[in-house]
Ligand binder design. Structure first.
Ligand code: SF4
Ligand code: SF4
Length: 241
């Protein structure tokens, strides 16, 4: 301990502890870096400028964002998306696994039962309320790993700033994937003779004529009917096994 040291000159540059034991005096600092010659010292700054000059002639990497769209990697984690099956039914079954997996508590899900008149997804349940709070989300992707139906994925969209806190809580309609060409707006019945298993296996590839007829009867003005009818008429519906 330092208190034990008595600064008493021993005549050899050392010190003596209270116990009487002599401690060696500290040695002067000696750098381990090899010494450079005067020529190397003179060329040192020029070598630094050499890096700068070399970069004058290399290809520019300046991004022109926002004048040009930013380029991100294909697996960049951006805004989430709730996906659909090829007949237009939603993939989300309201299981809440994504919400449980989220370390930031950014997801809120409320499920409801599908009925014969209101079938939004294959199987028993669908996500009636689905919210992601982008004030909390850290874009870690754990939610999409947890999703058992691949309903939830992430897009490359990153422009998520907004003027209000409320606006950054995205609702289901903000997250739901747009209808691809030929899809039929949910709700509507599942493809006849199928269960959710056929949907999970990817065996449903387009709406069928029966689904189109059901929507035409319930919602004759539905804008997705025309394209869905064409696709169903082309016989693209369900793969048979
Ligand atoms: S990306 Fe991460 S933080 Fe964001 S909602 Fe999913 S699990 Fe939560
Ligand atoms: S997005 Fe996936 S994990 Fe989340 S509630 Fe829907 S089905 Fe379940």
């Amino acid at each position: 301990m330092a208190d034990d040291i008595v600064h008493k000159d021993t005549g050899q540059g050392g010190a003596v502890q209270r116990s009487g034991r002599e401690v060696a005096a500290p040695q002067p600092y000696q750098s381990l870096i090899p010494k450079r010659s005067p020529l190397e010292d003179a060329l040192g700054p020029a070598a630094g400028f050499g890096v700068t000059i070399k970069n004058f002639f290399s290809k520019t990497v300046t991004e022109q964002y926002p004048r040009e769209p930013a380029r991100v990697k294909p697996r960049f984690h951006g805004r989430h998306q709730l996906n659909r099956y090829p007949d237009g039914l939603e993939k989300c079954i309201g299981c809440e696994l994504c919400a449980w997996a989220c370390p930031a508590d950014a997801i809120y899900v409320e499920a409801a039962d599908n009925t014969a008149e209101q079938q939004f997804s294959p199987g028993e349940r669908y996500g009636r309320v689905y919210q992601i709070n982008y004030l909390r989300c850290i874009f870690c992707g754990l939610c999409i790993e947890a999703c058992p139906t691949r309903a939830l994925t992430m897009t490359n969209e990153f422009e998520l700033a907004g003027p209000t806190r409320e606006g950054l809580i995205f609702e289901k309609q903000d997250l739901l994937a747009p209808l691809a060409d030929g899809m039929l707006t949910a709700p509507h019945p599942m493809v006849e003779g199928t269960t959710d298993t056929e949907y999970y296996r990817g065996e449903v590839t387009a709406p069928t004529a029966a689904q189109v007829d059901w929507v035409a009867e319930q919602r004759p003005d539905d804008p997705s009917l025309a394209a869905a009818r064409t696709r169903a008429g082309a016989g693209e519906g369900q793969e048979t096994r």
